[in-house]
Design a protein around this ligand. Structure first.
Ligand code: AMP
Ligand code: MG
Length: 352
C-alpha cells in the first residue's frame, strides 16, 4: 500500500489543509486508516464504529486484540451516542479538562463494536486538544478509534517520522503536524465503579482529578511494579515503550548516580558495547558515554514528558546496547513519567 504523507500546521488550517483533512475523513469513513497528531502522542485512527477498521488497526500495529482502543470525539453530544449514560463525574471532568489529555471509561452502548473495546462492555473516550485531530474527527463521522501510532511495544511516536518508520506501507495516510505538545499518552480514569479509578497516569494528575471529583483511587498495579494483580486497563499489562537496547534506571544522589553510570558505561564500552545515558540539562555534561542526551529540565517536568519517548527512539536509531537513565520524582506528572520509564526499563532499577 502507498502511504500518503501530508503536512499540516495546526495554527494554520487553510483551504489546502481542509482539503487534505476531508480526504483523510473519507479514508476513515470508507474503512481505511490515517495516523494523525494529537496533543499527547500521534494516533492511528480508524472508524470506531466499524469492526473491520478496528481489526485493521490491531493488524497494522501488531497489537493484541484484547487491548481496547480509545474512541476520540470532537464534542459532548457524540459521547451520548456511544454510552449507556454519561455519569455526573464525566460531565464535571469534561468541563474541567476536555478537550485535553484525559480518557474516561464509561459503559458502552450497542453502537460500539466489541472489536473496538477488546471485548469489554465499557468504552474509553477522549476529546483531544489538537485542531487537526478535532477537524479530522468531524470529517470522519464523529468517532475515531485511535491507539498510539507505533508498532506495538515500541515507544509512542511524538513526531511523524516515527509513524512513517512503523506504519509506512500499512496505512493510507500519515498527517504530519510537527512535534506533539505533551509527549505522554492521556491519563485514563475509570468512571464505571463507585470511586473513580486512575488506570494509567498522565498529564492530568491524581491531584487535578481530585480537585474535581473529591476522591479518586489509583490502580495499585501502576505504582507497584512487582504486583501480581492484573492491571485494570488491559494494555497496561504489556511491556510498552521498549527501546531495543537494555535500559537501567539509576536512583540516588546526583553525585552517586553520575559516578555509578560513568563506571558502568566505561565497563560496557571496554566490553565493546555502545553505551548511552539519559541525563538532564543540569547533568548532561557530567557523563562520559558513547551518546549522552538530556531529557529535559527537572524544574519543569513537562519538558521531560515532552522529550522522553523521542529520546528513547533516538537511542534506538543510534543502536545502543545498554542505556542508563536518571530517575525522577514520582509525584504529579512525574508519576506518568516514571510509569513509562519503568516500563521501558522492564522495571530494571538500581538503588544506590
Ligand atoms: P493506547 O491507545 O495505545 O494509548 O492504549 C489505550 C489504553 O487504554 C490501553 O492501555 C487500554 O488497555 C486502555 N483502555 C482502552 N479501553 C479501555 C477500557 N474499556 N477499559 C479499560 N482500559 C481501557
Ligand atoms: Mg500505545
Amino acid at each position: 500500500m502507498n502511504t500518503e504523507l501530508v503536512q499540516i500546521v495546526e495554527e494554520n488550517i487553510d483551504a489546502k489543509a481542509m482539503e487534505a483533512l476531508k480526504r483523510a475523513g473519507d479514508i476513515i469513513r470508507s474503512g481505511g486508516l490515517v495516523a494523525f497528531p494529537t496533543e499527547t502522542v500521534y494516533g492511528l485512527g480508524g472508524d470506531a464504529l466499524n469492526p473491520e477498521s478496528s481489526r485493521k488497526i490491531y493488524a497494522a500495529k501488531g497489537r493484541p486484540s484484547d487491548n481496547p482502543l480509545i474512541v476520540h470525539v470532537a464534542d459532548m453530544d457524540s459521547v451520548s451516542g456511544i454510552v449507556k449514560e454519561i455519569p455526573e463525574a464525566a460531565r464535571k471532568l469534561a468541563k474541567a479538562y476536555w478537550p485535553g489529555p484525559l480518557t474516561m471509561i464509561m459503559n458502552k452502548s450497542d453502537k460500539v463494536p466489541y472489536e473496538t473495546t477488546g471485548g469489554l462492555d465499557t468504552v474509553a473516550i477522549r476529546m483531544p486538544n489538537n485542531k487537526i485531530a478535532l477537524e479530522l474527527i468531524r470529517q470522519s463521522g464523529g468517532y475515531i478509534a485511535a491507539p498510539s501510532a507505533n508498532t506495538s511495544g515500541r515507544p509512542s511516536p511524538t513526531v511523524a517520522r516515527y509513524c512513517v518508520e512503523d506504519l509506512s506501507g500499512k496505512i493510507e495516510m500519515i498527517i504530519d503536524g510537527g512535534q506533539v505538545g505533551i509527549g505522554l499518552e492521556s491519563t485514563i480514569v475509570d468512571l464505571t465503579s463507585d470511586t473513580p479509578m486512575i488506570l494509567r497516569p498522565g498529564y492530568i494528575t491524581k491531584e487535578m482529578l481530585g480537585e474535581v471529583l473529591g476522591s479518586v483511587d489509583i490502580d495499585r498495579t501502576i505504582i507497584d511494579g512487582n504486583s501480581k494483580e492484573r492491571p485494570k486497563a488491559p494494555g497496561m499489562k504489556y511491556r510498552h515503550y521498549a527501546p531495543k537496547g537494555e535500559l537501567t534506571i539509576v536512583e540516588g544522589s546526583q553525585d552517586a548516580v553520575v559516578a555509578y553510570i560513568n563506571e558502568k558505561a566505561k565497563e560496557a564500552r571496554a566490553a565493546g558495547k555502545r553505551a548511552g545515558v539519559i541525563g538532564t540539562d543540569a547533568t548532561k555534561s557530567l557523563y562520559r558515554a558513547d551518546v549522552v542526551k538530556s531529557v529535559g529540565n527537572r524544574q519543569e517536568e513537562a519538558t521531560i514528558a515532552h522529550e522522553l519517548f523521542k529520546v528513547l527512539r533516538e537511542f534506538d536509531d543510534e543502536d545502543m546496547d545498554v542505556m542508563y537513565s536518571e530517575s525522577f520524582d514520582d509525584s504529579g506528572i512525574g508519576q506518568a513519567i516514571m510509569n513509562r520509564l519503568l516500563k521501558a526499563a522492564g522495571h530494571n532499577v538500581i538503588r544506590l
